[in-house]
Design a protein around this ligand. Structure first.
Ligand code: ARG
Ligand code: ZN
Length: 852
């Protein structure tokens, strides 16, 4: 049954005060909840409805009077009390079993410790409660636990003193002064090592910071802590936002369904996004930690202080917070490089989602399963929309609108309309048409045509837009598309401006006295659209040379590379064009002073990024075409590769953006060696693997060796890596991922049979099934269906334990309709088999929508 935005009604009661008490026990935790309930004015005689799932109800009392089962109605989904007074205290006692909670939603055990995940609907697996974001309350949380098993007991807000509780137990009460919805509740308890620091806010308040990790891992939390402090400073300087509690805690958890969670004052992280040092983590890991720590911290204002009225408004906090973390990363590192990476991610995930059966608007108006709405569209496209808003109104006005938003809605649960009202009020403009970006699914296409009039020295630019139909939305209206444009004279001269294309079609003319200029469109990827332009290879090459926008420079090369791979895959060309390869190699060499950018230029689009370019998509042909072009590029750049890798890696090691850029280009060269047909490449790679002084290069070498298929050098590296890292699950995930990313269906079977493969650990499952199905598309979409068979059984088993995890894995099938007929039919057959199996509601929702 779908939930609909149009059906929203406010909750009829206020819960201004909540006292929770936990007597922690892995098998039987007793949870007592005391709720102070007040009927809202005008709420009639509505019953009190509380959500609750997988709870064992022990008792219910109203104002101290015990109720009997005839006084309430109890279902698998909740507890309803029909006749309740206008003001009363409800007390419930339930028992839950964290040790049996494999769904990792609610209170569960990970690594022998208690932890929780409540967003979106996990709190109802802890106690009976109105588990919806618009019910905000002040929480007092008492924890009673065994002193030895749980020396540390954490929840939201401010801690009280730890007191003895008899029987070898102790107790603490946490008081969170900020009203919050249930999804921001958290509880973690156990024995941790703690990495501590402190921060002084802009108004001089002292904050105790602590990161709680596995025993022995404390030193590896230093980078996360550094990232946290930089995030706190950035939010003060960029948005004027100060932290609002005396303590800020982070807990790293091994078994976690997502990246991390922004619970008030107690962020819970997947340990892969906390722990790092030069030996065990790549630069990409350091970068991801920095951005996720920032993301969760930024939620304190965009998400926690101001939250969502209902889950349809998810992008209100997620799109905005992704936009904020992307800008933080751009400020910490290189803005153009960050932009390119964000766009690669957007196109490979979100454009694909928008083009397939799971397409939905940034703010959906209905859903079957809320867990399935944590999508690239809500997060990444949601962030792009905020970026367009800022571009259209300008940075200063954007800041004014944000200031008003924080001031007007602090402490409230609000909607996208409330957010835009703030921007309407500071600009006096109407954002009705702009809000279509939230309502219409699908990626707009912008077609660009130009003509030059030599007599008037005028370039006429014709721009038109269409958005293709998506499920349930056959007809689309034009949206306002901010396009950064420029005419270039080829000598560095740039005449740049922005046009907001808000009609189906428009024509612009631009004077260029010096003669016909080159036109640069959607600079800096100013709008999340597909640009279609009919240019020849030589025109595109000329544009790359003349380009003055770093994003479009990369984009120009990428377009050329994409067209070349497509030609090779279709057989209209048998060998990579040497002139083009030479031009790409030259662009890479010219970018030498920005090695991070050079690394990006070296990286060819992945097979998945080429899917949308041609229908039907033939992953096997695309993969082989891509390999041929990569080999040709390796050959053309062999001198650069040689000299780059002969030089030593930067030392002493630092995870700085500058060093990371150097290593990124070294990694790109290692990768080219992996693609090269040089007979000596394997031996060189094994030496690089053995001599590597950091994980970035060690992993790059191991991956490049696996590109060469089975060979003794590859086996030696894999065996060595396993011996060295078998005690470290986060690093071992990389070992699994490298093989799943290159091998075949058989590799998946072998990896799944490995003693360290653990169906209960989401990171491990994703490092095999997730990587295989999203990063090894030629094998996953093998025409004989072997790739699908390799994952089908694992997905079914995962679903029985952890529906959120399985549902996410199934999304890899979303593109079955655009595949070449054999793979397409095999994918469809797999989906149908899954549909007939007994799936969780989460997975059934994805399968049903994917089949259409
Ligand atoms: N709010 C978290 C974040 O973006 C993610 C929570 C994911 N929850 C879910 N049910 N998918 O930081
Ligand atoms: Zn988030």
């Amino acid at each position: 049954v779908a939930v609909k935005l149009a059906d929203y009604t406010p909750y009829p009661f206020d819960m201004d005060h909540v006292e929770l008490s936990f007597e922690l026990d892995p098998d039987a935790t007793k949870v007592t909840a005391e709720l102070k309930v007040t009927r809202k004015a005008g709420a009639g005689n509505a019953p009190l409805e509380l959500d609750g799932e997988a709870l064992k109800l022990v008792s219910v009392e109203i104002d101290g009077r015990a109720l009997t089962p005839s006084d309430y109605s109890l279902t698998e989904h909740g507890l309803t009390l029909a006749d309740v007074p206008d003001q009363f205290t409800l007390r419930t006692v339930v028992v839950i079993a964290p040790s049996k909670n494999t769904a990792l939603s609610g209170l569960y055990m990970s690594g022998g410790r208690f932890c929780s995940q409540c967003e979106s609907v996990g709190f109802r697996r802890i106690t009976y409660y109105p588990d919806r974001p618009d019910v905000m309350s002040r929480f007092f949380v008492t924890i009673v636990a065994d002193k030895e098993a749980c020396p540390i007991m954490l929840s939201n807000g401010t801690p009280g003193d730890v007191k003895d509780a008899g029987n070898g137990r102790h107790t603490i009460t946490w008081d969170d002064p900020h009203k919050k919805p249930s999804y921001l509740f958290a509880l973690c308890a156990g024995d941790y090592d703690v990495y501590r620091d402190s921060f002084t806010t802009m108004s001089g308040k002292h904050i105790d910071l602590a990161i709680h990790v596995d025993k022995g891992d404390a030193d590896r939390a230093a980078w996360a802590m550094d990232s946290l402090k930089r995030s706190m400073t950035w939010d003060e300087q960029t948005y004027g936002r100060e932290y609002d509690l005396g303590v800020f805690n982070i807990v790293a958890v091994r078994d976690f369904n997502f990246g991390a969670m922004e619970n008030k004052g107690l962020n819970v992280f997947n340990s892969a996004y906390v722990l790092a040092d030069e030996d065990s983590a790549t630069d990409a890991d350091f970068e991801a930690i920095e951005s996720i720590v920032a993301h969760e911290y930024f939620h304190n204002w965009t998400g926690n202080r101001i939250t969502c009225r209902d889950w349809f408004q998810l992008c209100l906090k997620e799109g905005l917070t992704v936009f904020r973390d992307q800008n933080f990363s751009a400020d910490m590192r290189s803005r153009p490089v960050q932009r390119i990476k964000d766009v690669i991610r957007l196109r490979s995930r979100q454009f694909a989602e928008d083009a397939g059966p799971l397409a939905h608007p940034v703010r959906p108006d209905n859903y079957g399963s809320i867990d399935n709405l944590y999508t690239a569209t809500v997060y990444e496209k949601g962030a792009e929309v905020i970026g367009m808003l800022r571009r259209i109104i300008g940075e200063e006005t954007y800041r004014k609108g944000m200031d008003l938003y924080f001031e007007r809605h602090d402490g409230q649960a609000v909607t996208i309309e409330d957010f835009y009202k703030c921007f309407e009020d500071v600009t006096g403009k109407d954002f009705t048409q702009f809000r279509l970006w939230y309502a219409q699914a699908g990626t707009p296409r912008v077609t660009v045509e130009e003509s030059w009039d030599e007599a008037t020295k005028e370039l006429t630019i014709n721009l038109s837009q269409t958005t293709p139909p998506t499920p349930g939305q056959p007809d689309k209206k034009p949206v306002p598309i901010p396009l950064e444009l420029a005419v270039l004279d080829g000598k560095g001269g740039t005449d740049a401006w922005m046009t907001v294309l808000d009609t189906a079609e428009t024509t612009i003319t631009r004077k260029a006295a010096a003669g016909r200029p080159l036109l640069s469109v959607n600079r800096d990827f100013s709008a999340p659209v597909r640009v279609e332009r009919d240019l020849t290879r030589d025109q595109r090459l000329a544009l790359v040379v003349a380009e003055t926008d770093p994003f479009n420079q990369w984009e120009g090369v990428r377009t050329l590379v994409t067209e070349e791979i497509l030609k090779l895959s279709e057989g209209s060309q048998t060998r990579p064009d040497s002139e083009l390869v030479g031009a790409i190699a030259a662009a890479i060499r010219n970018a030498g002073d920005d090695p991070a950018l050079a690394a990006l230029l070296t990286r060819l689009p992945e097979v998945g990024e080429l899917f949308l370019e041609r229908e039907p998509a033939d992953p096997v042909a695309l993969h082989s075409a891509r390999k041929r072009l990569q080999a040709a590029l390796a050959e053309a750049l062999s001198d650069t590769v040689g000299t780059t890798l002969e030089a030593p890696s930067p030392a002493p090691y630092a995870p700085s953006a500058e060093q990371a850029g150097v290593r990124a280009f070294r990694g790109a060269c290692i990768n080219l060696l992996g693609a090269s047909e040089d007979k000596d490449a394997r031996r060189k790679l094994l030496v690089l693997y053995q001599k590597a002084t950091n994980m970035t290069e060690r992993l790059a070498a191991m991956r490049a060796l696996t590109m060469h298929g089975e060979c003794p050098e590859r086996d030696e590296a894999l065996a060595d890596f396993e011996t060295n890292w078998k005690h470290n699950p986060i690093v071992m995930d990389k070992w699994f991922a490298v093989q799943a990313g290159q091998g075949t269906a058989e590799t998946v079977a072998e990896l799944a049979a490995h003693p360290e493969f653990d169906l209960k650990n989401p990171n491990r499952v994703r490092s095999v099934v997730g990587v295989f199905s999203t990063a090894n598309l030629a094998a996953f979409h093998a025409p004989d269906g072997s790739g699908y068979r390799a994952v089908e059984d694992i997905i079914l088993k995962a679903d029985a334990a952890n529906p959120a995890l399985a549902a996410r894995l199934i999304t890899a099938f979303e593109q079955w309709r655009v595949l070449e007929p054999k793979a397409g039919a095999a994918a469809q057959a797999t989906l149908k088999r899954l549909q007939e199996a007994k799936l969780s509601p989460n997975s059934a929702d994805i399968v049903g929508r994917a089949l259409g």
